[in-house]
Design a protein around this ligand. Structure first.
Ligand code: ATP
Ligand code: MG
Length: 657
């Protein structure tokens, strides 16, 4: 990292102050066997998807999805409405499960599962097919069919994936709610989606304790006006699960007793597949709608390209199925590709901080996909937990959810990847359905902190406030200018918000809500959310760059940076920092300010730095800067806080005021 002078910006573009010079090309050995192994191959795919999208996606869809009836048209696009593979019939559950059994691969392991207490299960694709069919049969018995919404609030057990796939099998729409949300949040989502069936379990194992999920669901169901039945999996045991007669039924009574023979229903390409409420880093949760064929194809192809999938891989995505990452890269992407997926139920630090590394060693995981928040936690917990284990099975690492600070990237690369595994820093959103920008591990030399280049079919544009393309060295708003198969099809029940939020700034283009810049090598750098930009004396700065400068100090674990009102400069920079074991005093404070000044210049030096034991995060682990803005300004917290992971962290920051 080195300092570059910040230029005064024009027309709403973003100044960039952090320069990253390190470059990590893939090893010759990795490249030799890679799915995409030459730059030419990528460029041809990219050009074909950009210049002749209909031909490109026609071939992709015919080759990589099963069609009960062929489609007649590839894409109908009239912004904001996209229809893909019009006239065709397919089924995402069939593509994920039955297709492998039909092709003679039924004995391949689909899911390797480990519960937090250490219990284990594996399911072959054939076994999965039977389980999914049983669950779909139970849905029908409970009166659920095509177009009905099923809310799923469950621990990370195989049944969670089974419940999702069983919806897809009959054309019901799943809405998975992360099993950490409150009764209020569940009821809001149930009512917004008019859910008919709710699925949960008696309890959930978390850090050695049992959380009574069913009790939370009962509270939610008191306020859910449309839910008729509740299906309950016995996971944690005990006799004290309250069951309401006429509404609640046990999984072992109604699912396990079915014959398990129901075939997948051929469904129109645009049949809704799921609704997923976004994590709410920026405001009121919104129900993002994805449909069957386009999403399924996008999840599969991006999985195969980015994770360089091979038949003998043991692939582990550590996300929860409650997030889009779990939908696309635990269930639909890897399973359509016929991968073997590890699924883990519990916390990364139970019974000890080496649980992940224990799992990697035990199951010989080859591909690991996790989030920067986890990487930062591992760094804080100390290298000794990693050093206890043999991680040599790993060949590829992935990151998703937030920008990864270059120093955290370096630790991941060296400590977990042994310096030999490529890292794919994948930029995408709930709305995009799948990965949009990422290195291709066999060919892309990586730069710590950059998601590098767009995948085939993704045409990014960087624009200023009024929608004109900006000089790429400056950052601006990131838009996507052509439709892609995995794009969202709407916000459930709110067509106006759909247009306002994503399609109003630049006519016909999808507005991501993030800022980005493109460097002279054509690499993209996500600069954070548009709402998070800090304006210091007319210089617009990205939060992630200042945060990365702070995190590059050896005694800093995590940093969040926001703007607070300042009479002189418009905004001043306020930083919130968690440290390793270093004593917090004035000397450290000065040293940190100096450090940032040296790394990225005086302009970006924080005016205030506050030390804290934890930063406020969404339940998916993302730093919630909008709340910190209120804290920094000494204001009441505004907006929705229902998706906040730990209210105590923000309360303790407010008390310090
Ligand atoms: P909401 O839209 O409700 O505020 P959210 O944006 O946090 O919630 P997601 O769709 O899960 O919900 O997250 C997508 C966002 O996460 C992106 O817009 C971006 O800001 C951030 N993000 C994801 N991956 C990366 C990455 N690799 N680098 C930088 N930022 C990333
Ligand atoms: Mg978002």
């Amino acid at each position: 990292m080195s300092a570059t002078p910040a230029d005064a910006s024009q027309g709403g573009s973003i100044d960039h102050v952090l320069t990253e010079d390190r470059l990590f090309p893939p090893s010759a050995e990795f490249t030799k066997n890679a799915v995409i192994s030459t730059q030419d191959q990528y460029e041809q795919l990219y050009a074909a998807a950009r210049d002749t999208p209909d031909d490109f996606w026609r071939d992709q869809a015919n080759e990589h999805l099963h069609w009960f009836e062929p489609f007649s048209e590839v894409c109908q696009w009239e912004a904001p409405d996209a229809k893909w593979f019009v006239g065709g019939k397919t089924n995402a559950c069939y593509n994920c499960v039955d297709a492998h059994v039909e092709a003679g691969r039924g004995d391949k392991t689909a899911i390797i599962w480990e519960g937090e207490p250490g219990d284990k299960r594996t399911l072959s694709y054939r076994e999965l097919q039977t389980e999914v069919a049983k669950c779909a049969e139970a849905y029908q018995q409970l009166g659920v069919g095509l177009g009905d919404v099923v809310s799923i609030y469950m621990p990370m057990t195989p049944e969670l994936a089974i419940a999702m796939l069983a919806c897809a099998r009959i054309g019901a729409i799943h809405s998975v709610i992360f099993a950490g949300f409150s009764a209020e949040s569940i009821a809001d989502r149930n009512n917004d989606a008019s859910a008919k069936l709710m699925i949960t379990s008696d309890g959930l194992n978390r850090r050695g304790k049992v959380l009574p999920l069913k009790q939370t669901v009962d509270e939610a169901l008191d306020k859910s006006t449309t839910v008729e039945k509740c299906l309950v999996l016995r996971r944690t045991g005990g006799d004290d699960t309250p069951m309401t007669e006429g509404r609640d039924v046990w999984w072992h009574d109604v699912v396990d007793t079915q014959p398990g023979v129901l075939p997948a229903t051929p469904l129109e390409s645009e049949t809704p597949l799921f609704i997923l409420y976004t994590s709410g880093s920026t405001g009121k949760p919104k129900g993002i709608l994805h449909t069957t064929a386009g999403y399924n194809l996008w999840a599969r192809r991006t999985f195969e390209w980015v994770f360089d999938h091979r038949d003998d891989d043991i692939y582990w995505c550590t996300a929860d199925c409650g997030w889009i990452t779990g939908h696309s890269y635990i269930v639909y992407g890897p399973m359509t590709a016929g991968a073997t997926c590890l699924m883990y139920e519990g916390a990364p630090n139970h019974p000890a901080e080496d649980r992940f590394w224990d799992l990697v060693e035990k199951y010989k995981v080859t591909i690991l996909y996790t989030a920067p928040t986890a990487v930062r936690a591992f760094i804080k917990w100390g290298d000794e937990h990693v050093d206890k284990h043999d991680l040599s099975s790993l060949r590829l690492l992935g990151s998703v959810g937030e920008g990864i600070n270059p120093e955290a990237w370096m630790w991941y690369h060296e400590k977990i990847g042994g310096g030999k595994c490529p890292i794919v820093d994948t930029w995408w959103q709930t709305e995009t359905g799948g990965i949009m920008m990422s290195p291709l591990p066999g060919i892309t030399p990586t730069k710590p902190g950059s998601c590098t280049k767009p995948l085939p079919g993704v045409i990014p544009k960087i624009v200023d406030e009024i929608g004109n393309e900006v000089d790429s060295e400056h950052g601006g708003k990131l838009c996507i200018s052509q439709p892609w198969p995995g794009m969202l099809r709407g916000i459930w029940g709110d067509p106006k918000r759909f247009v306002d939020q994503y399609f109003s700034d630049v006519p016909g283009q999808y507005l991501t809500g993030d800022n980005a810049r493109r460097d002279s090598d054509g690499y993209y750098w996500i600069m954070g959310r548009i709402d998070d930009v800090i304006n210091v004396s007319g210089h617009r700065l990205s939060t992630i760059e200042v945060e990365s400068a702070l995190v590059s100090h050896p005694d800093v674990c995590e940093a969040a940076v926001v703007g607070r009102p300042d009479d002189l400069k418009g905004q001043a920079i306020a930083a919130f920092v968690t440290t390793t074991n270093r004593e917090v005093n004035d000397e450290f404070l000065k040293e940190l300010k100096q450090h940032v000044r040296k790394q990225i210049g005086a302009l970006a030096q924080p005016d205030d730095i506050r030390f804290t034991s934890a930063l406020p995060k969404t339940r998916s682990g993302k730093i919630m800067r909008r709340l910190l803005r209120d804290v920094a300004a000494g204001r009441e917290l505004a907006g929705d806080t229902s998706t906040l992971e730990d209210l105590a962290s923000i309360a303790s920051l407010q008390e310090k005021d």
